[in-house]
Write a protein that binds this ligand. Structure first.
Ligand code: IMP
Length: 430
């Protein structure tokens, strides 16, 4: 089948960028289908580290066409900064390679100001958003007052639309939130300038994919965030405002389910989460520091977009089973297995104890999830440094056992395992 999907199986930050980069080597088109620059995808090639927020991770492969799909919300200023950064490093981001769906929606400074004002108003109940304007931009989209990327084709018309948008949002910002007004004329002029640069990148995304598929090309759909941040299937309201799940790939790109082949769920060998909300297998103290890292290394558990320390905990099989069901995953890619090396034993959450009963499903009710206590099975650890290992048979027996345990408990093959940040540090067909 010609469309494969890469999906986060946890709360985001699973390492989707590096798995996308790996699979992009065999793709003709790589398409982002949801979210915006709240995402932070890291691809490491030797000494070179690429941190991408909006541009699909396939861009590092020459010849791959990259599409920002209709399901994405796009801050043009951030996109241009990212394009300039890549171009300065010799990556081709010309309109021939980087395409923007006309039906994607634009994020403006007014959306960002509203995101911040919303969070401030929530006080202790704040979601912990990335403050990139994601929620307010999707709110405008579903409210049918959003600014579509198609407006980038006409700088003057865009400037008028953005001006009217900022004037309207200023009323909300000043009168409801008591925040300062934005300079509508200045914001509008900025957008006209962005339009002049970005207009040549516009395309009909769904048509581009249709033509690619009819031509026998291979398409890779790149998810952002993760299953538990999905607006419907995540830990609502502590979620993002889009659909990172497999269904989101179909809607966010304009393709049907019959063209889908592999659906790869990317999961860290432990669990992490940024922002608020319940997290049954969360750790505190020394062990949390051990899993999170100090922040000295780029792969330590600090947000790529916000720099916030991530909350960390043991691997949670209940979450993986939920991701499996919601997305029809065909396989799992397990990342950061090397971080567990050196631990004498490794607990894995296999069920929850909820109100005196043992449950193996992920509660959709947030209050129930908050009461769920992890039930652990403890596996023996391994001492050896595994970062140089490239075959499953080279791994210590207990590392193999850990991988097989995940596969058995989820009933899903683990097709890839990463043992370090570099492109090379992946065991395929694990
Ligand atoms: P928003 O997407 O900025 O509205 O943030 C909503 C929630 O999703 C917050 O808990 C964020 O921390 C989380 N979130 C958004 N994007 C990412 C991501 O790429 N990785 C991890 N968490 C994310």
């Amino acid at each position: 089948m010609p469309v494969d999907i890469v999906i986060g199986a946890q709360w985001g930050d699973e390492g989707k960028g590096r798995i996308t980069d790996l699979m992009a080597a065999k793709a003709d088109v790589v398409a982002r289908y949801s979210g915006g620059d709240n995402a932070g995808h890291t691809v490491t090639i030797g000494e070179a580290i690429f941190k991408l927020h909006l541009i699909p991770s396939g861009i590092i492969h020459p010849g791959v066409i990259c599409l920002i799909g209709n399901g994405v919300v796009l801050n043009p200023q951030v996109l241009l900064r990212e394009m300039d950064g890549l171009a300065a490093r010799g990556v081709d981001v010309s309109p021939a390679r980087l395409k923007i769906s006309r039906s994607a929606h634009l994020i403006t400074p007014a959306h960002i100001a509203l995101d911040k004002a919303d969070e401030a108003l929530r006080g202790g109940d704040a979601i912990g958003t990335t403050q990139r304007g994601i929620g307010p931009a999707y709110r405008d989209k579903t409210g049918r007052v959003g600014l579509r990327a198609s407006l980038l084709a006409d700088p003057e018309a865009l400037a008028d639309a953005v001006h009217a948008h900022v004037v309207e949002k200023n009323r909300v910002l000043t009168q409801l939130y008591g925040q300062p007004a934005l300079d509508a004329a200045q914001v509008a002029a900025g957008f006209a300038a962005y339009a002049r640069r970005l207009a040549p990148h516009l395309t009909d995304g769904a048509q581009l994919l249709d033509e690619a598929l009819r031509g026998g090309q291979k398409v890779l759909a790149e998810g952002a965030q993760g299953t538990l941040l999905d607006l419907d299937h995540g830990t609502y309201p502590f979620v993002t405002s889009s659909y990172p799940t497999a269904g989101g790939a179909l809607v966010g790109l304009g393709i049907g389910p019959r063209v889908i082949g592999r659906i790869v769920g990317v999961a860290k060998a432990f669990t992490s989460r940024v922002g608020s909300g319940p997290f049954p297998s969360e750790l505190a103290g020394e062990m949390a520091l051990r899993l999170r890292g100090t922040g000295e290394n780029p792969w330590d558990e600090y947000g790529t977009t916000t720099g916030r320390p991530r909350r960390v905990g043991w691997l949670d099989i209940v979450i993986l089973r939920h991701a499996l069901r919601v997305n029809s995953l065909t396989e799992l890619a397990l990342t950061k297995l090397d971080i567990l090396s050196g631990l004498p034993e490794i607990p894995v959450c296999v069920a929850y104890e909820l109100d005196g009963a043992r449950v193996t499903y992920f509660p959709s009710d947030l209050a129930q999830l908050g009461r769920a206590r992890p039930v652990y099975e403890t596996l023996p650890g391994w001492e050896q440094d595994i970062t140089g290992m490239r075959h499953k048979r080279a791994l210590p027996a207990n590392a193999r056992r850990y991988i097989e345990f995940v596969a058995d408990m989820t009933g899903t093959p683990v097709s890839m395992v990463s043992v370090g940040p570099d492109r090379q540090q992946v065991i395929i067909e694990a």
